[in-house]
Write a protein that binds this ligand. Structure first.
Ligand SMILES: NC(=O)c1ccc[n+]([C@@H]2O[C@H](COP(=O)([O-])OP(=O)(O)OC[C@H]3O[C@@H](n4cnc5c(N)ncnc54)[C@H](O)[C@@H]3O)[C@@H](O)[C@H]2O)c1
Length: 309
């Protein structure tokens, strides 16, 4: 079976490529390397350096993929607020481009990387899939809009899909520059002995899911129930202070102290996503707790930083 994977040179996509190869799928990656890196692509995957905002019908004709896993996106909330048009171009219009190709070339199933950002400020915790979607950023809105397009394409043209709404994903290969996840930023600062800043009191919580667990969920979604929206999360809340103490203990650094700064405007206090549906429907569960995931992540950053001098 052949999978066309967009965004496979990126953080999450490259782990999905590895998990697919491990499960003996053929992997075709389409990525324009705007935030991805060719070094992330596993050797068994075939790579096309292409922009999915333009037609990639020729790749569908040539490769005849069975499934499409769509990870490529504009992933920065900040950039979406600065330039909603660019965000919509990649996150909505390019998704429509792909959906058209999927219908035309009779793809068996479309798997989509969505996000907890579609929920906006939580009305209750843990957030389950029937929680209202009230995005508070253009990024959340563009993902939410794509979800609606996917559902309508499915209704109109019988294209099976699974939409996976990821919680906060972390792990090796996450880009620590720019607007990265807090774990990538903490790891880079601590390893380089730079000041570690916590915005607010550090008691705000997130649901941190290890990237290899997210990759496995994508593989599981290929063959499980169609036309469902599923949270991919741990259903465990971790505060930034807990994260900090975990880092301190793994690094065996007793002198490490954070600097507390004013809270960031618009930051959600607490986030927690139910994963009951994922467990029941995908027969999937996360296997890495925060301590296991952090150890693997820190090791990666230590090696990368040592390697790059
Ligand atoms: N990282 C998280 O915590 C998180 C949480 C929820 C959802 N997601 C979603 O998961 C997916 C993967 O995110 P990531 O964190 O790995 O980001 P990433 O930036 O590492 O990966 C995105 C990949 O898409 C590629 N890409 C972007 N625009 C493209 C275009 N026009 N044509 C071809 N390729 C293009 C990039 O080069 C990159 O390799 C995204 O859809 C994102 O919205 C991520």
């Amino acid at each position: 079976m052949k999978i066309l994977l967009t965004g496979g040179a990126g953080f999450i996509g490259s782990h999905i490529a590895e998990a697919l190869l491990e499960a003996n799928y053929e992997v075709i990656i389409v990525d324009n390397l705007i935030t991805g890196n060719e070094k992330n692509i596993p050797s068994g995957a075939k790579f096309y350096n292409r922009d999915i905002c333009l037609s990639i019908d020729d790749i569908f004709v040539l490769e005849k993929p069975d499934y499409v896993i769509h990870q490529a996106a504009q992933v920065s909330v900040g950039k979406s607020l600065e330039s909603p048009i660019d965000d919509a171009q990649i996150n909505i219009l390019a998704t429509i481009n792909l959906l058209d190709a999927c219908v035309k070339y009779k793809i068996k199933k479309f798997i989509f990387a969505s996000t907890a950002a579609v929920y906006g400020n939580p009305l209750y915790l843990p957030i389950d899939e029937s929680h209202p979607t009230q995005p508070i950023s253009f990024y959340g809105l563009s993902k939410c809009t794509s979800e609606l397009y996917i559902k309508l394409y499915s209704e109109l043209f019988a294209l099976p899909y699974t939409i996976l709404r990821y919680a906060n994903v972390y792990g090796p290969r996450q880009n620590a520059n720019g607007e990265a996840g807090v774990i990538a930023i903490f790891a880079e600062k601590i390893i380089n002995a730079k000041t570690l800043r916590i915005f607010g009191d550090g008691l705000q919580t997130r649901d941190f899911i290890f990237v290899k667990d997210v990759a496995k969920a994508n593989v599981a979604a290929l063959k499980r129930e169609n036309n469902e929206i599923v949270n991919i999360s741990t259903n465990v809340q971790t505060s930034l202070l807990t994260l900090f103490f975990e880092f301190k203990s793994i690094m065996k650094n007793n002198s490490l102290l954070p600097v507390f700064c004013d809270p960031k405007f618009g930051d959600i206090n607490n986030s927690l996503l139910s994963n009951d549906k994922a467990k029941n429907l995908l027969h999937w569960r996360p296997i890495h707790n925060i301590s296991m995931g952090l150890k693997e992540t820190i090791l990666y950053y230590k090696n990368t930083i040592k390697h790059n001098g």
